[in-house]
Design a protein around this ligand. Structure first.
Ligand code: SF4
Ligand code: SF4
Length: 424
C-alpha cells in the first residue's frame, strides 16, 4: 500500500518493501500493547500520533530542517550532550535500536552473542530500515561497553561515525578526560554544522534540555501517587519519544499531560486499583519499540511505577547548572552533569545502588525487576550488587535477562506472575 511518505523514504534509500513490513508489524504491536489499554488520558493522544508518524512527519521535519541548512546528529547513548548540538543549531535524535528487524543482516558482521541493542542498530543500517539513521549527517558513538565500541568500527563503514571516549571511573583524572572529550565533541559539532558555539546560545540550549528533564521529573513525581495515574507502558513511551521529538513541543505537550495526571491524582483516580502491586524497572535501556517486558509485567497483575534506566530516570535525574557566565563555565557545568551518570560501565558505581534504593522508596515500589539484555555483561554483573542493596532495604528483586524476540514471552510471564504473587 502506498503512503504520502514513499517518495521521501525512497530518496533516503530505504528498502521500501522491508520498511513497509516493519511499519505493519510495529502498528500491530502498538495496537496490541498500547491501544488495548483502557482509561488512558486525552494527553496520550499526542503520543499515539507521534508514534504513528514516527517514520513519517517527524522525518519530514528533519528533512525540512536539513533543507534550511541544519544538521541532524544521531546518538545511541545519554552521554552525548544534546546541549552542544542545539547550541550549534543542530537537531539531535536518539536512534532507536529496540527492534530485531535487521538481526539476520547484523549477525553477518557481528557475533551472535552480541546484545540485541547493538545488533539492532547495525541491522537497521545494513537492512536500510531506519529513516532516522539515513537522515543523519553524523552518528555519535561512545566507548561505553566493549560491544558498542567495536561495533562502531563496523558501523563506520556504512555511516559517518564519530566516537566519544567515556571514562570508566570518577576520579579527578577521569573528569579531565571527559572534559577534553566534551571540548573535542564541541569542535566536531562546530565543524559539521559550520556554526560557532557561543555562551548565550549554549545557555539557551541548556535551559531547553533542562526544561524537558524537568517536565519528565514532574511526570515521575506524579507516579509516586497511589493509585498511580499512568501505566508504565505509557510512561516508557513518553521517555522513548523524548529522544526524537522536537524538544520544545514535547515539553509543552507533556506539561499538559501532567496537568491532567495531577487532576487525576487530586481526585484519587488511578489507571489501576490502589492495591495493584507496584513494580520498578531497573537496568538496561528499553529503546523504542522494545515494550515486551513492560507488557508482560502489566498483563501479570502489576503496574510499573518507574524506570531506573537511561530511557527513564538516569537521563533526567540531574540538571545542568544554568548560572555560568562564560562559555567555559557552561561547558564545565555540562561536564559535571554528565559525569554524574551512573551507567554500569563505571566502576565501582556505588551511586547507582543508592539511587535505585532511594528511587524505589520514593515511588513506594513493592519490588524491583532488574532487566538485562542477554550478553550485556555490565548490567548482568551489576545485578548482583543491586539485589544485595535492595535486600538490605527489604525490597524484593527479580532479575530477568532477555532479548527482543517474542519466543520467551510465556516463560517470562510465568516468572513475573510468581514474583507479583510474592510481593502482593
Ligand atoms: S546504559 Fe550506559 S551505555 Fe547504555 S545508554 Fe545508558 S549510559 Fe549509555
Ligand atoms: S545493553 Fe549492555 S551490552 Fe548492550 S550496548 Fe548497552 S551496555 Fe553494551
Amino acid at each position: 500500500m502506498s503512503t504520502p511518505h514513499d517518495a521521501m523514504w525512497e530518496k533516503l534509500n530505504l528498502d521500501l518493501d522491508a520498511h513497509a513490513g516493519l511499519l505493519q508489524v510495529l502498528g500491530k504491536f502498538y495496537g496490541d500493547i498500547y491501544m488495548s489499554q483502557t482509561g488512558r488520558l486525552k494527553g496520550m493522544e499526542y503520543l499515539d500520533f507521534v508514534l504513528s508518524e514516527v517514520h513519517g512527519l517527524r522525518i519530514k521535519e528533519l528533512q525540512d530542517a536539513k533543507a534550511q541548512g541544519k544538521k541532524v546528529i544521531g546518538t545511541f547513548c545519554v552521554f552525548v550532550p544534546e546541549e552542544i548540538v542545539l547550541a550549534a543549531d543542530g537537531v539531535q535524535v536518539g536512534l532507536c535500536a529496540g527492534a530485531e528487524a535487521g538481526k539476520d543482516a547484523a549477525e553477518k558482521v557481528l557475533p551472535r552473542n552480541t546484545c540485541a541493542l547493538i545488533k539492532s542498530f547495525v541491522g537497521f543500517k545494513l537492512s536500510r530500515l531506519c529513516p532516522f539513521i539515513e537522515s543523519c549527517d553524523l552518528v555519535v558513538g561512545e566507548t561505553t561497553c566493549d560491544g558498542k565500541k567495536k561495533a562502531y568500527e563496523i558501523f563506520a563503514d556504512y555511516a559517518p561515525v564519530y566516537v566519544m571516549e567515556i571514562p570508566q571511573m570518577k576520579n579527578a583524572c577521569d573528569r579531565e578526560l571527559w572534559r577534553a572529550e566534551v571540548l573535542r565533541f564541541k569542535d566536531k559539532v562546530e565543524e559539521v554544522t559550520g556554526k560557532s558555539i557561543m555562551a548565550p546560545r549554549l545557555r539557551e540550549a541548556i535551559r531547553l534540555v533542562n526544561d524537558r528533564r524537568k517536565v519528565l521529573q514532574r511526570l515521575n513525581r506524579l507516579r509516586a501517587a497511589s493509585p498511580v495515574p499512568i501505566s508504565g507502558r505509557d510512561a516508557l513511551l513518553i521517555n522513548q519519544i523524548s529522544f526524537y521529538d522536537d524538544p520544545v513541543r514535547f515539553t509543552e505537550k507533556i506539561g499538559h499531560l501532567c496537568d491532567e495526571l495531577e487532576e487525576q491524582v487530586n481526585s484519587g483516580k488511578g489507571i489501576v486499583p490502589k492495591e495493584t502491586p507496584r513494580l520498578m524497572l531497573s537496568g538496561c535501556p528499553m529503546a523504542v519499540p522494545n515494550w515486551k517486558l513492560p507488557y508482560v509485567i502489566e498483563s501479570s497483575g502489576a503496574v510499573i511505577i518507574g524506570e531506573e534506566s537511561c530511557i527513564g530516570t538516569r537521563n533526567i535525574r540531574d540538571l545542568v547548572d544554568e548560572s555560568g557566565e562564560s562559555l567555559d563555565d557552561l561547558l564545565n557545568a555540562i561536564v559535571d552533569r554528565y559525569m554524574r551518570i551512573d551507567c554500569a560501565c563505571f566502576t565501582p558505581n556505588m551511586e547507582r545502588m543508592d539511587n535505585i534504593v532511594s528511587m524505589a522508596r520514593d515511588l513506594k515500589a513493592d519490588g524491583v525487576i532488574h532487566y538485562g539484555l542477554s550478553f550485556c555483561q555490565p548490567y548482568a554483573i551489576e545485578a548482583f550488587k543491586v539485589e544485595k542493596a535492595l535486600k538490605a532495604a527489604d525490597i524484593p528483586m527479580l532479575s530477568i535477562e532477555t532479548d527482543y524476540s517474542m519466543e520467551d514471552v510465556e516463560q517470562l510471564k510465568t516468572r513475573v506472575e510468581a514474583f507479583v504473587e510474592m510481593v502482593r
